[in-house]
Write a new protein. Structure first.
Length: 223
């Protein structure tokens, strides 16, 4: 097996999976589930993360030997706030993806909305940008995303002390309750379509499942 394997969010994988991955990188062999035959692989492995793996090694949360196996050649991508000239091109790329995923025909962003997005610092980087564009596109009636759709989404990400309201109860505000509220809000907006919710939240399906279990969010059927 040749080609390239991209391991996204490498800092999120549990220790037992790290051990198996290390074995694969060392031996360049793997077995399919249920098979006893080993398959040789010359695939190039690229790992991506937004976590500080060196710090995780010191904390005992990431295997040191795996870290050095992966950290042969590293590329640090500057945060979006340091390369704002790239934002229009990134928006153009994301909109093509959003149109395909949501079956929309968005052609452009209103000038005022684009200016707002250029001024914003984007602490969540490209995933936050994709989140905002996806959510704004959900409500777009025509081919243009208006500033009136973008503004509240950006202001929402700036809010740090919004209390979460669940079943009429107000929970203590903070990082945990804010994230729980955000996940619930997006699930409601997407009518519990988990695929679209993952796109809007900028997270994988396993991560969403893990978060729902963590916050005790009951699952519902997709409508």
């Amino acid at each position: 097996m040749n080609g390239t394997i991209l391991l996204d969010e490498i800092g999120e994988i549990p220790m037992e999976v790290q051990t198996k991955l290390l074995r694969f990188l060392q031996q360049k062999e793997f077995q399919r589930v249920g098979s006893e035959r080993s398959i040789h692989s010359n695939a190039r492995v690229i790992a991506a993360t937004n976590r500080d793996l060196a710090a995780m090694v010191k904390e005992g949360k990431f295997r040191e030997d795996l870290f050095y196996r992966l950290n042969v050649a590293s590329i640090k991508v500057p945060p979006l706030r340091e390369r704002k000239d790239d934002i229009p091109l990134i928006i153009e790329y994301i909109l093509k993806k959003v149109n395909k995923d949501l079956e929309k025909k968005i052609e452009q962003i209103e000038k005022k909305a684009l200016e707002r997005m250029m001024e914003y610092s984007w602490p969540g980087n490209i995933r936050e940008l994709e989140n905002v564009l996806t959510r704004a596109a959900m409500y777009a009636q025509g081919t243009v995303i208006l500033d009136s759709a973008v503004a509240p989404l950006i202001e929402d990400t700036r809010s740090k002390d919004i209390p979460a309201r669940m079943n009429g109860n107000i929970e203590r505000s903070g990082p945990v309750s804010s994230e729980k509220e955000k996940i619930l809000r997006v699930l409601e907006e997407t009518r519990w379509h988990y695929g679209n919710a993952c796109k809007a939240l900028g997270m994988s399906r396993p991560t969403l499942n893990k978060k729902m279990e963590q916050y005790k969010i009951p699952r519902k059927s997709e409508s």
